[in-house]
Write a new protein. Sequence first.
Lengths: 383, 405
Amino acid sequence: MAIQLSLTEDQAMLQKTANAFFSEHSPLTRLRKLRDSGDELGYNRELFQQMAELGWTAIPFEERDGGLGMGLAGAILISEAMGRTLAVEPYIPSILLAGQVLALAGTPAQREAWLTPAIAGEKVLAFAQQEKTSRYSATNVQTKAAPSKSGGYTLNGEKHGVLAGARADAYLVSARTSGDSTAVNGVSLFLVPANTPGLKVTRQRRIDSRNAAIVELKDVQVGADALVGEKDGAGKLIESTLERATVALCGEMIGAMTAAFDSTLAYLKERKQFNVLIGSFQALKHRAAKMFIEIELARSATMLAARALDDNDPEGHALVSVAKARCSDAYVLVANEAVQLFAGIGMTDEHDIGFFIKHARTCELTFGDAAYHRDRFATLNGY
Amino acid sequence: MVEIEAFRQQVREFLEKEAPQSLRGLNDPKYAYWGGRKPELPHPDAQRYCELAAERGLTAITWPKEYGGGGLSAAHERAFHQELAKLGFPAPLTGFGLTMIGPTLLQFGNDAQKAEHLPQIVRGKIRWCQGYSEPNAGSDLASLATSAVLDGDEYVLNGQKVWTSYGDKSDWMFVLVRSDPTAKKQTGITFILIDMQNPGVEVRPILLISGASPFCESFFTDARAKVKDVVGGLNNGWTVAKALLGHERTMIANVFGASGGARNSNDKKNAIADIAREYVGEVADGSHKLADPILRDAITQVTMDTRCFLATVARNADNIKAGHRPGPESSMFKVYGTELNQRREEVLLKIRGPQALGWEGAGYTKEELDKTREWLRSRGNTIEGGTSEVQLNIIAKRVLELPGD
């Protein structure tokens, strides 16, 4: 295997710096504060800008786009570090989703107006792709884009679960330009600035307390220059964007499951019942050892998928599904076990472990769960 | 030391010009040559190939030259195996002499022991087996009871060993015996070598649920082993035994991890799905999806898990190559690799359906009969060489540092 699965010196350094940064600036207590105060944005723009100043938002982009060309192999180190402390800044929504779309298919004008400020952390973009009933399909789209008299398009529809959608500066909206709602072809992408008339954004409250939104489009008028990529042919673009974001999310899941596991392990070494540490019980030791194995496998699968996509390896598409299926199963296991092993205190809102079980399910049910990705893997492999 | 590239060239020349060309293309475990006083010949040229390779130090590449080894590095050994694979040759010699007792003698043996035994191993003259487990000492190996009582310059052995792999085909055994019955369990054990031709040593094959007999039970009735054949000192056998178990686990991890991984990744893509297609067919809509959606999902789970496991084996190898110490991930290879193999066999069993029920004879292909026995054999993977439960205890203790009980 030509792919190298050990970290280079640069990557190891990046990992160390990122872990230290989020421990210092975004400990777990921060998410609780943001949740309890009902913060409308749900994250912090200054902190996101600091991440940009450190160059982290530039990692997955090519140099021609003002990026560092460190690929997903680099980006997962950032998302992993964020996952460790459940940091909520819109790295995946603005950089790996919307930013990637523009890098892959944006015109020079679109890139200059939106990608450059997005990388600089000055603007936050959101990818409005999912709908209430679309589940994980990139092309199950009911939102419509009809040609307008002025030569542009009129958009009508409703997007759900738009990550970092509340108070974003612009939206990349998928809409049908032809075909019925399930046709593979006929989907197009449009860049819609937040101040466009007819756009209504409502913050959703989800179990992970993060910024997600409903984006309603009522007779939204955009020009022909709002089209991103090919008309009717955005299915592939959305798919490859989702693949890259999925791998970044896997990185986040690894960070989070590692933190949840470490915290559980520490508890097994301090909690006493029957006058002994509960970590001395073999039933619990074996469960801990199994979790350890699952996390190691998830990490390998994620590192492999990231490098395969970076190398344009044809197996990359299937490896994304291997990583997401594995990370979903592993993180759900670790989070469920964590609550069980913390027991009573694990059920209380006072304890932080509850944030992980909620985050685990959010990650699992974002970009396809394990069953979805097994089906996708089998289909990609022709069986 | 010869440069790797020059060494590769030497190996290629040896394989292309001197080695028996009849063995080319037979790099399959069933052509492995185990040597011994009465060697089994998987191929008529196997013994000659072993002797030619041994003369050149190629059967034990990393062992010192004075004992017939190659005096080279682990990197040379890897290069040798890569060249073998490229030209399709089997390894010239295999067995527990090379993988277990040899490395142990190099670590703990005295000069006389090394000089006596290592050259015999290198040339495939003596085949070794392991006398560890007993009927009442399995996972709790240190409770072993086979006794050794000093009588002049010999020990008199009495007791029973079990799970002696290929005991019926071996010439010498390395045995753990209780030499001090009054000492605490681990401290009264001695590691000793015995020639199985000696009177009082009896070996019987054990018939397994798979119908094969790779293991034996061995009985010692006033059997005599020499004091000079104690390795690592009297009552110090537990230390030697643990080191040897390390060599054994490396060997098993190699089977299910590194080399097994290399073998599997060369397998045809979708190998399991292709087998399933023969048995369950496809849906009728032209999508080529397997007709049984539950099997399709089970196949995908085991295929994905294999991919994740191989990636973890590769990550471990890359980390070692990059100069890092082996990470904690390596401790999981035995438990996960064996359980994965069992799950793969289970899925294959379900794919074959009623055709998986054949034991022998009419109505079944040879492959179906073989696979069913492989499935039965695979149930032992999580028991031999340390049960999964013991492996999980080891991970909990050494990696996770959970408290003892």
